[in-house]
Design a protein around this ligand. Structure first.
Ligand code: ARG
Length: 227
């Protein structure tokens, strides 16, 4: 059985952080987005109902470790550090970091961020890179990127380090923002799963591969991203 010690055996619980369009966000009171559609397809293939739990990004991994959620899907990048606490599925998307600025900002390239205040979402790869490269004291971590954007508009921070697609999404809805590219490595998004649940990992990997082969992940992605 997928969920050895559980009462609710017909449900797959996915932990997410619905502040990350187009992967997960709230629309008309519902949690939607690329990840949620893929999660639904996976649950379907496993013959389970999908239960979505929205939480702070920073708590997703511990909720999987503690068994509160079976999988974590939140545009989550595979990192060595995270692999110490959880397993990752095969990747299903790629990303990199970009920097958002107020459209009237005079900053032009990543080097200009030196000694400036950079906003990030707490616990994300952008948060980690910004702290590594520009120093902890120059980085302010927010629970939500929307709060960081507000702080930038109010002049409290100068720039925001964020995943590319989500950054572009905020950008395309807000003419008071602009971006600069950041020379960071490519990141791969994958599904987080409890280390002890090899069975579920195999099932999820198989489902992702089928959804890729059938062009379904592509189709879902194109629905939200027109690049
Ligand atoms: N890809 C980045 C990371 O894994 C950011 C993900 C943020 N996701 C979210 N749903 N807020 O750290």
């Amino acid at each position: 059985n997928v969920f050895a010690q559980e009462t609710n055996k017909d449900t797959l619980t996915v932990a997410t952080n619905a502040t990350f369009p187009p992967y997960e966000f709230i629309k008309d009171g519902k949690i939607v987005g690329i990840d949620m559609e893929i999660a639904n397809k996976i649950a379907e293939k496993l013959n389970l109902k999908l239960n979505i739990v929205d939480m702070e990004f920073n708590t997703i991994i511990s909720s999987i470790e503690s068994g509160k959620a079976h999988i974590g899907m939140a545009g989550m990048t595979i990192t060595k550090e995270r692999l110490k606490s959880i397993n990752f599925s095969v990747p299903y998307a790629k990303s990199t970091q970009i920097v958002l600025l107020n459209s009237n900002s005079r900053l032009e390239k990543i080097e200009d961020l030196k000694d400036k205040k950079i906003g990030t979402q707490l616990g994300t790869t952008g948060d980690i890179y910004a702290k590594d490269d520009f120093g902890e004291k120059n980085v302010q971590s927010f629970d939500k990127i929307s709060d960081a954007i507000l702080a930038m508009k109010n002049g409290k921070i100068d720039a925001i380090m964020i995943d590319q697609q989500t950054g572009r999404n905020y950008l395309s809805n807000d003419s008071a923002l602009k971006k600069i590219e950041a020379p960071y490595v490519e990141e791969e998004y994958a599904i987080a799963i409890n280390k002890s649940n090899k069975y579920l990992l195999d099932k999820v990997n198989k489902a992702i591969k089928e959804l890729q082969d059938d062009g379904i992940i592509d189709k879902i992605t194109k629905k939200y991203i027109n690049s």
